[in-house]
Design a protein around this ligand. Structure first.
Ligand code: BTN
Length: 333
């Protein structure tokens, strides 16, 4: 354990009480200067540590902190050794990944505590307030010539939904997936996915995929903006005590680990992903309105999800179809 981690553990064990710099230094056999340096670094990472002359240091009640070291170590334990970059604030983690693609040209993970230009599908914005949400993007270089982007989206949807089930609901199957890639909890959207493929015309080997995931982990302090207040929800309500349990770090580790498992795995793992996707898809069996954007909306009954994650529908005139993209909403009678 690094000095910083030892100090953090001490402060957590004595949460709410002051520990003097000397006591901390004595108990982990380092100098007071070393303690001071580590505390500064923890504060820079976002830990709210109160420092009072003649009393010492105290870890204040705070929201769950994102820690790139913890996430990097957790991923390594699952066999994933990639650089992890953390930003307290960034425009969009998908855009930051694209910059890293240009600069380092290898897989990496970018995580942010807030985004000033969070992007959603179809040019929409993604509300990304600080401290309460989780915004992360994975940059990967697929070996096979571009697996379908819809496959990556589905891997990410299943990985995100099952991580929420595991980390927050003790493994109980609670989340639902709304085709194509929205994660729902109790009829509210709690997470979204934006997967983007980039191919260079000059260098066809430089094909990479960026999978961005946004999760509303805790309820935002000032509630959701009015445009999404009816439809958006969060995974955990603030004040239920879950915010100090390392939730956001664990969500990232579990989501990225299972995403890798589906993507790198054999046919069996890919089948498991499809099975879970089907089981969690709440549109199947519903009558839906299909928003076509270019032409008039259509209505159809959803009969299933195909092996390549298309939405299987039957129109009123009994004609059947498989949709590969688009947006649908359930029609309530
Ligand atoms: C959607 O619901 O339309 C997709 C939302 C995707 C949001 C995530 S947050 C991390 C990554 N960075 C972005 O700018 N967007 C994705």
């Amino acid at each position: 354990m690094k000095t910083k981690e030892k100090i953090l553990q001490l402060l957590k064990d004595n949460s709410g009480t002051y520990l003097s710099g000397q006591d901390i230094a004595d108990s982990i056999y380092v100098t007071r200067a070393c303690v001071w340096k580590a505390i500064k670094s923890l504060q820079e990472e976002g830990y709210k540590i109160d420092a009072v002359t003649n009393r010492g240091y105290r870890l204040m009640q705070q929201l769950d902190v994102i820690d790139a070291d913890v996430i990097g170590d957790g991923l390594k334990e699952n066999g994933i050794d990639i650089p992890v970059f953390y930003f307290d604030e960034v425009g969009s983690t998908n855009d930051a990944c694209q910059d890293f693609a240009r600069k380092i040209g290898k897989s990496c993970l970018v995580i942010a505590n807030t985004q000033t230009n969070g992007r959603g599908r179809r040019g929409r914005s993604f509300y990304s307030p600080q401290d309460t949400g989780l915004y992360f993007s994975l940059l990967i270089y697929p070996d096979q010539k571009l697996e379908r982007i819809t496959d990556f989206t589905a891997y990410a949807a299943v990985a995100t939904a099952t991580s929420i089930d595991n980390v927050v609901f003790g493994g109980t199957d609670t989340t639902k997936i709304k085709w194509v890639n929205d994660i729902f909890l109790h009829d509210k959207k709690v997470a979204g996915i934006l997967a983007e493929a980039h191919t260079s015309l000059e260098d066809t080997d430089d094909t990479h995929v960026i999978i961005g995931i946004g999760i509303n982990v805790f309820s935002p302090r000032n509630s959701f903006p009015k445009e999404i207040r009816q439809t958006a929800g969060s995974v955990i309500s603030l004040g239920d005590g879950a915010e100090n349990q390392n939730v956001r770090n664990r969500l990232v580790i579990q989501t990225i680990s299972s995403l890798y498992k589906f993507y790198m795995g054999n046919g069996e793992q890919k089948c498991t992903c499809l099975d879970i996707y089907r089981k969690k898809s709440f549109l199947v069996g519903s009558y839906v309105k299909i928003n076509n954007y270019t032409k008039e909306s259509e209505y159809a009954f959803v009969t299933g999800i195909s092996d390549d994650y298309k939405l299987q529908v039957r129109y009123d005139d009994e004609v059947t179809d498989e949709l590969s993209s688009g947006e649908v909403s359930v029609v309530k009678y």
